[in-house]
Design a protein around this ligand. Structure first.
Ligand code: CUA
Length: 351
């Protein structure tokens, strides 16, 4: 095969891969379809930089092609040196200032957007949520209402919500591509920015900083509800008393096992007494658990019996972690799945 044909074929394969992979994103896990204020700002910057870079590319490629064609050595023509422009002050000024201007066109709006998103001077007038990142899960605390959740972050639509980010161990990064850019969660200083969702829905969040073997499983969800649904959810969460829960006999046994094995030392239910492990108050309403598993009894049993097999390097199996029999794990799973403090679930957001 001729070499140009081989090259053409390689190009065609690569090109089709590019088209194929471009369709891989989920609608609620892409910065390309902004559904919130921060993501919209990012999109504007992406468009601006793409326009600037395309302009540079077009100018350079046009000049290159023109030069290649016009100044080609013709047959029988003598080799001659072009006019030398070395030391031309005018040219030096032109090709130094053009890149500076282009960089400024991109940098000024970018820096302004960064400062704007991190400006928390009006945070007292809005909702504030303390977010703590842990290897490999997320803790959300609604200070004013004294409620806490893990993994599923509930917020109302169309409202500015301030996120105050901290880490309990290593550096993580909070990223909900459809709603906002990334922000690091550091162990020592709180980073703050706000998110604002334009539409109700379930948005996928990711940890965007390599933080250990299960970094890629450190997923979470943002559940964006209507104002009424959110208020309902908040009231239900606030008034939930796990002791009043009507459980069937299996779940009741599960609760006893939960208590006997001191699970509540790390996992709070119905309050915010500990945040060593994920808060399980609304576990039965969760979209996923362990970041990526469907909350079914089978998966839960697998998790309770051998968390390491499900999510490498997670901190659940501390030195005092009990060896559960399958039957015990099933009972505990049954109990956890019946923890449904509210009728407002992620389904309300995706309706
Ligand atoms: Cu946390 Cu990656």
């Amino acid at each position: 095969m001729k070499s140009w044909m081989r090259r053409l074929r390689a190009l065609a394969v690569l090109g089709s891969f590019a088209i194929l992979l471009a369709g891989c994103g989920k609608e609620n896990l892409t910065a390309m379809i902004p559904k919130g204020y921060g993501a919209e700002q990012s999109m504007d910057l992406i468009i601006l930089t793409t326009v600037v870079m395309s302009f540079v590319f077009l100018v350079v490629i046009t000049l290159l092609i023109t030069v290649l064609i016009r100044f080609r050595k013709k047959k029988d023509e003598e080799v001659r040196n072009p006019k030398q422009v070395e030391g031309s002050v005018l040219l030096e000024i032109v090709w130094t200032s053009i890149p500076i201007i282009l960089v400024l066109i991109m940098a000024v709006p970018t820096v302004m957007a960064e400062f704007h998103l991190a400006d928390d001077s009006d945070s007292e007038e809005h909702m504030n949520i303390n977010v703590t990142a842990n290897q490999y899960w997320w803790h959300f605390e609604y200070d004013e209402d004294e409620i806490a959740t893990s993994q599923d972050l509930y917020i109302p639509v169309g409202e500015k919500v301030y996120i105050h980010l901290l880490s309990n161990d290593v550096i993580h990064s909070f990223w909900v591509p459809s709603l906002s850019g990334k922000l690091d969660a550091n162990p020592e200083n709180t980073n703050t920015f706000f998110i604002e969702a334009y539409e109700e829905g379930i948005y996928y969040g990711k940890c965007a900083e390599l933080c250990g073997p299960s970094h890629s499983l450190m997923d979470f969800k943002v559940i964006v509800l209507s104002e009424e649904d959110f208020d309902q959810w908040k009231d239900d969460m606030k008034s939930f008393d796990p002791d009043q829960l009507e459980l069937d006999s299996v779940a009741q046994e599960g609760r006893d096992l939960y208590e006997e094995n001191s699970c509540m030392n790390c996992h709070a239910i119905g309050d915010n007494s500990t945040d060593i492990g994920p808060n399980l108050t609304n576990f039965g309403n969760r979209e996923n658990f362990a970041g990526y598993l469907d909350p079914t009894k089978e998966e839960l049993v697998r998790w309770i019996m051998d968390p390491d097999e499900v999510k490498e390097d997670n901190k659940m199996k501390n030195p005092g972690y009990p060896e559960f029999e399958k039957e015990e794990a099933e009972k505990i799973a049954e109990y956890l799945l019946q923890l449904k403090p509210t009728s407002v679930t992620p389904d309300n957001a995706s309706k």
